[in-house]
Design a protein around this ligand. Structure first.
Ligand code: DX5
Ligand code: ZN
Length: 218
């Protein structure tokens, strides 16, 4: 079977926050596949971004799937709010709550797709026993909290290992990479087996969003 086309999920964190409506319309017109929304609480990660109210407001301006990356702890009490705000996919870190399996069940019960995010130091075994509840695995190729950081090369081996794990499972699970994805690192992620790339700076920092997306897609 030919590999699935690579999908690009621009991260809103790198957009111009003074005109977010325009930014999401522009990124949609530029051919983005998903919109990646980074939710940071100043506790699980050392930065604060935005919450469900903003997600809900942006929903009206953007028809793309909303890929919500939760960097908040404890996470469980916020799952419903992001589901109601219009998330299509909700991803969380195993370290952000006491019972990953239960959190994934909650997301599925809310009618949303569920993702598991692996920090650079988190082993792939963290997701191994919950593949039946997982629609996406996100490999963090930077430590979460900030845009514009450098890609951590050691994560390429992890991406390749996860590709083998997913293929062996026979399940329909997307393999996403987030952090430091650029024209240089994107082909390496794709070669290792990733099929969804998150990019903040490399897209919103470019003069031509459509050109930047097409370069990353390879
Ligand atoms: C980091 C976030 C990323 C970030 C990526 O914690 O999860 O989504 O916005 O930004 P770049 O692409 O600039 O590394
Ligand atoms: Zn993210």
């Amino acid at each position: 079977m030919p590999p699935a086309p690579v999908r690009i999920a621009p991260s809103l964190l790198a957009a111009d926050f003074s005109r977010l409506g325009e930014e999401v319309r522009a990124i949609t017109a530029a051919g983005a596949d998903w919109l990646h929304l980074d939710i940071m609480d100043g506790h699980f990660v050392p930065n604060i971004s935005f919450g469900p109210l903003l997600v809900e407001k942006l929903r009206k301006h953007c028809p793309l799937p909303f890929d919500v990356h939760l960097m908040i702890s404890p996470v469980d009490s916020y799952l419903e709010a992001f589901a109601k705000a219009g998330a299509d996919l909700i991803s969380l870190h195993p370290e952000a709550g006491p019972h990953l399996h239960r959190s994934l069940q909650t997301i599925r019960a809310l009618g949303k797709k569920a993702g598991v995010v692996l920090n650079p130091a988190t082993p792939i075994s963290a997701v191994e026993n919950v593949l039946d509840l997982t629609d996406l695995i996100l490999v963090m190729s930077v430590n979460p909290g900030f845009g514009g950081q450098s890609f951590i090369d050691s994560q390429l081996t992890k991406i390749a290992s996860l590709r083998r794990m997913i293929d062996a499972s026979g399940r329909d699970i997307a393999l996403q990479v987030d952090g430091g994805v650029t024209a240089t690192t994107a082909p390496r992620c794709i070669a290792a087996g990733a099929d969804v790339l998150v990019a903040g700076t490399a897209v919103f920092g470019a003069a031509d969003y459509a050109a930047a997306i097409s370069v990353l897609r390879g």
